[in-house]
Design a protein around this ligand. Sequence first.
Ligand code: NAD
Ligand code: ZN
Length: 379
Amino acid sequence: MTAPLRAGEPIVVNVALGDRAYDIVIGRDLVATLGDRVAKLRPGCKVAIVTDENVARRHLTTAEAALKASGIAVSSVNVPAGESSKSFRHFERVCDALLAARIERGDLVIALGGGVVGDLAGFAASVVRRGVDYVQVPTTLLAQVDSSVGGKTAINSTHGKNLIGAFYQPMLVLADTALLDTLPEREFRAGYAEVVKYGLLGDAAFFDWLEVNWRDLFSGGPSREHAIAVSCRAKAAIVARDERETGDRMLLNLGHTFGHAFEAAAGFSDRLLHGEAIGLGMSLAFEFSARRGLVSQADADRVVSHLAAVGLPTHVRAVPGGNWPGIDAMMDLISQDKKVKRGQLTFILVRGIGEAFVSRDVEADEVRTFLAEKLSARR
Ligand SMILES: NC(=O)c1ccc[n+]([C@@H]2O[C@H](COP(=O)([O-])OP(=O)(O)OC[C@H]3O[C@@H](n4cnc5c(N)ncnc54)[C@H](O)[C@@H]3O)[C@@H](O)[C@H]2O)c1
Ligand SMILES: [Zn+2]
C-alpha cells in the first residue's frame, strides 16, 4: 500500500513479463491522451476500435477524436452489449471487420469496453493474421481492476464460459477512471467486489482502507484511482509470478468457486452479475473458513458486513428471485468448476483477512453440508 497520489497525476503500474511487459496507466480523462500514446507506441499505425453499443454511444466519439487528432486512421466495429457477444458469431464478425479494415501486423486493435469487449477483442487480436497487437481501454470497474490485466482472452462455448481463448497480453492498458462516471451503479458495485478481493486475498491494510474510503471511490473521488492502482499492482504482481495459472494466480479465484456455482445456477443472467456472485462467494469462503477453524468468526463477520454495506449480496437469500437448484445440482456446479480428486476439492480459503491460500484437501461432503445449510437458511 502506498499513499494516494495527487489528483490529476496518472499512476503507472508495470506488468513485468519480460519482452511482453506493459504499462497500466490509471487516471482521469486519459482517453484524451490515447492518440499521443498510440502514436508513440506504434508510429504510423492504423487502429481498429472494438466496442459495444452502450460504450459506443457514450465514449466512442471521444476516443476516435483523440486518435484522429494525432493523425491516426481509425475504424470501429460494435457488438451488442452483454455476455452473448462472447460467441463464435460475434468473434467471426470482429475478425472479419479487422481484416476489412486492413489491420496488419504493424497496426493496433483497441478494446474499448468492459470485460466482454476486452475478452472478445483480445482473442480476435490473438488470431487475426496470427496475432496483431492490442491495447485495452477498459470502461467498467471490473475491467479496470481485473479483466484488462493479465492477458486472458476468451469467448464462450456451449460447453461453458471462457473455454475457447488464448493467453495474449496487451501492449498497454489505459484505465481512464472518468469513463466509470457513466457506468450504472449496479455494474460499479459488482466490479467493486473484485477490488475487495485484492484486500482479502493478500493485503489486509488495503481492506482496512476500503472500509473507510469506499464511498469516495464510488462517487469518483481520488480514492478511485488509488484503489484501481492498488488492485492492478496486486494482479500485476501475481501475473508476473504465474502468467499461466499453475500456482499463485489461483488465489485470484477467491470467492469464485462458490460464486461461479451461483452465477451458473442463475443462468449467467442479470439476476446475479459476476461481481455480485463473487461478493456472495467471498462471504461464503470466509464463513466456510471460519467453520473449519481457519479464520476467526469476527474476521468473517467483518468481511460480510463490509460487502453488505456497499450493497453486495452476502447470503443466498439476498439474491432476488429465490428458487435455487437443490444441493445435488449445486454440488455438480461446484465440481464442474474445480477438479475433484477422490472426493476432494481445490478451494481458495483464508487464514485471515489478507491471507488467502490454495487448499487442495477440502472434502466434498463438508462443502455439501455447509452449502445445504446456507441454501435452506432464512438469511
Ligand atoms: N480476461 C479476464 O481475465 C477476465 C477476468 C474477469 C472477468 N472477465 C470477463 O469479463 C466479462 C464481464 O465484464 P464486465 O463486468 O465489464 O461486463 P460487460 O463488458 O458486459 O459490461 C457491463 C455492462 O456495462 C456496459 N458498459 C461498459 N462500460 C460502460 C460505461 N463506461 N458506461 C456505461 N455502460 C458501460 C456494457 O455495455 C454492459 O452492458 C465476463 O465475460 C467475464 O468472463 C475476464
Ligand atoms: Zn471475477
